[in-house]
Structures are given as structure tokens and as C-alpha cells.
Design a protein around this ligand. Sequence first.
Ligand code: HEM
Length: 509
Amino acid sequence: MVASILALYLSYLVLLRRSSKLREVRGPASPSWIFGNMLQLTLSQHYGEYEFEWLKKYGSVYRIKGFFGEDRLMVSDTAALQYMLNREHFVLGPSFGNAARLTYNNRNAFITERDHKRVRTPLNAGFTAAAVRSYIPIFERVAQILTEKFDDITSHSVGDISPLFGQATLAAVTEAVLGLTLNDLGDEYISTNLKLITMTANQSATQLLVDALLGWIPVPIRDLASRIPVEPFKFIHRAKYMSNEIGMKVIQNSKNAKNRGLEVNSGLYGDLVGNTGPTFSERDIADQTSLLLLAGQDTTANTLTFGFIELARNVEFQEQLRAEIHASLGSGDAKAYDSMPLLNAFIKEALRMYPAVAVSDRLAAEDAVLPLSEPIITSQGTQITEIPILKGQVVYLGTAQYQRSESRWGPDANEFNPSRWLKEGGALNGEGVSSYANLLTFFGGSRICLGWRFALLEMQIFICELVGKFHFSLPDEDHLNARCRYAFTLQPVLPDGKKAAFLQIKRVV
Ligand code: HEM
């Protein structure tokens, strides 16, 4: 009885979120009323095994089923993506919104909607081209530590590179933002951080369903529900509390140093203290800590991991890249890194094939008309160039699909081929989104990834250091190849689902 009432209520809510034009948009059949196409989208064995087929069959906009018969729209059309990147029209969707509200401190740059400019503007100062260049010594120091860890692997010949990149990217962002080392963060924070990342990398059908049900509940009630003292919630609140404490401590120490005329902590937080005021307080700075440490870590680490797996698959390209690195060694400034064609083609290709945020849900904040740059044919056989959608409609930004479209990137769009970036006229055919390299990997508009320049320079330095010194090849059968799985970000996992990526590593110089 209760189940029928709940099903009726959910169907009523679903009907409220449906425009008639949307129902005419073609898409795959749904294997289940409860899960729709969601398990195919998010829990497939290999990321994209359904999605990329749907892209080929239905084009750059198609309809999929969400939970409980709800219609959702998957979008990789350029004009529609540009429109959606504007978060005045589209706010965070139920899945990303819930996860972000649960994981990060309140009022951080990622969650805030109307308040975004106030919070984001002061943070931009730490991520301009000049600011990021000033982090070169940090990236180089961390790269040296990575070399020592890779040297340890060479004594066993095979090792898991994924946690090493995770620690390295955490070390770099911690020093740049907080002026602290990993040791300063403390063992409890480090192990909590690792557990949190492992937790988010392991989604299950039940979690997805709980997430979907929570999506129908108003935010304040949802926030209250997250206070229920069950182990996962207690753990996440503890993690948030710890990052907040760390942030507040850095702020307090920087303030004390400033008041006593002593040298202030060198990180971004040290610079922000003293520039606070009625619009951006010390509390606001501290609220960004969990976001900055997490957003700046796994995204970059996983991109590097996938990139190194591709290098191990393509030894010929790896050797050419190593030769370019050896020929450029010693220059060591940001301009020199930018003028290395193979290095940058390799990074762009890793970002194209393995965009950390491969798909992200958004919710229409108001009724809207989605413009299309490529017309689509509806199930009624008519051609349409725009799709009206109602407030509350869930729409996906299909980053990975945009970056695998054959009409845009050529018939080899599904292959890892850095040389596409070296072609005269560029890698892209036709119109693209106006972001870094016409990729959607960092999204765009006022919400473009805060740390995109940081991630690029960090990757350039780590790659030059490691590829310059080590040779990478695929592991033997005992250490099976990693596959790509989606869990909020793209993760390298072994066949048993454990996050890891083994490679054979040899010293070359
Ligand atoms: C390869 C590495 C990275 C990728 C692919 C990446 C990707 C993204 C994407 C797609 C978004 C937008 C998410 C959305 O609106 O739903 C985002 C936002 C963000 N990223 Fe990154 N990111 C990377 C590295 C970093 C680094 C290194 C940092 C910090 C040091 C960082 C900090 C942030 C922050 C603070 C936001 C929220 C920005 C806002 O809403 O105003 N990211 N990132």
C-alpha cells in the first residue's frame, strides 16, 4: 500500500518535470522503471560502453530515463552546452548537488549559486597565470619526491602509480593553498582523505537509488537527514570538520604573524588573510578548504594515471616524448613547458579522452529553450533546432561524449592519438566550446574550473620529470590492466573494482 502511494507520488512529480517536446526526443529503451538507464550510464563495466553507442545512434542530444520513469536529456551539442554552462539557467543537479553538499563545507565556491561571484573572485587571485607560475618550485619539489617513489617501484619492476599521483597532487595543492606540507596535515587527515576518495570511487546501485530518493526531498530536510548518526555520515562530517580546522588554523597563524610583523605563511590563504572584509570573511576562506584540497587532487591524479597507461601502450610515442623532454631540459620556466609540442599534445589528448568530470547533471532553474547547433530529428520525424524544457528538468552535460564525437574529432575519435593536436588547422572540425583547447574538460564560463592553469602546469612538470627519467610499459598478467570506471570522476580500477593502475617501470637515466 505504502509502496503504491509512493510510486504514484513519484510518477506525479515526474510528470510535473516533463515537456511534451522533450518526449519526442529519441533515445535508448529503458531496461527498468526504477533505475531507468542510470545503471548503464554510471555503473557500466567500462565507462562509456553504452553512452558512446547512444551517441553514435541518436546524435548529440538524446533522451534517457532517470529513476522512476523520469525523462532526462543527455547533451553534447555545442550551442546547448554553451547555454548550459551558464549556471543562472542550470544549477547543480540532484546527483552532483547532493554529493557536493555532503562532502564540502557550506558556502564554498562550487555549491553557491547566487553568491558565486562574491566567493569566487578573491580565490581567482591564487589561480591566475602569474600566480600559478609562482608555484613552479612547489611542483618541482613534489616531482622530486615522486621520482624517489618511482625509484622504489623500479626495485620490484611493477607498481601501482595511482596512489602516488594522488599523494603528489594533494601535496602540491596543500602547499600552494595552505602553505603546508603533507606532514603538517597529519596522519588522521591523510588517511581520512584516502578513505573519502576510495568511498566516492565505489558507487553501488543502492547508493544511486538513495541519492535519487534524496533528490526529491527539499534541500533543508536533506541536510537535516545527513545529520542522522550512521557511520558514513559521521565519517564525512568528521572529514569536513578536519579540513575546516586545518583551514582555520592556517588563517589564525597567518593573522598572528601579520600582527607581529613576521613573515606570513606563503600559501594562498596567507595572502587572503588581511584582504578580508564584509564581503569575504575569514570564515569564507576556511569554508573553501575541503573543496580546494579534494577538487585539486583526484581530478589531476586520475588524468595523469590514464595518460601514463596510454604512454605504456604506445612506447613509440613515449620515446619521442622523452626525446623532446631531454632536448628541452634545463629551461624550467612555464614558457618552456608551453613550447613543447609533444608534451602539450599528450596532455590535451589525455584531457580529451579521460575528462575527470565525464558527465555531470544539471537542473533547469527556470523554464528554458535549449538552442541546438546541429538540428535533430524527433521520433515524429520532424527536424528541430531547439528544445523547450521546464523548470526542474534534469539535463546532463555530456563532456566525454562531446569529446568522442566523430563529427568533431574525426573517425578516430575513440582512439588515443596525441598527433591529432599537431595537425595544421587543429584537432577540431567545426565549432567547439570556447574553453581551453576547445575541450569541455574544465567546463567553461564563469564556473570554469578554478584550478585549470594549476593542473596544466603541474602535469607538465610531473610528466617532464617522470618520462625524462623512467620507461613505462604495461604490466604482466599478474597485475591486470586498469579499466576506466565512472564514479563522479573517471577512475582507474582493476577488474575487481579496486582503484589501482599497475605499470612496469624502469629507470632510463
Ligand atoms: C585535470 C584536472 C582538473 C579537472 C579535469 C577539473 C575539472 C573541473 C570541472 C569540470 C569543474 C566544473 C564542475 C561543475 O561545474 O560541475 C571544476 C570546478 C572546480 N575545480 Fe577543477 N579540475 C581539475 C583540477 C583542479 C585543481 C588542480 C583545482 C584546485 C587547485 C581545482 C579546483 C576547482 C574548483 C574550486 C572548482 C569549482 C569552481 C566554481 O564552481 O567556481 N580543479 N573542475
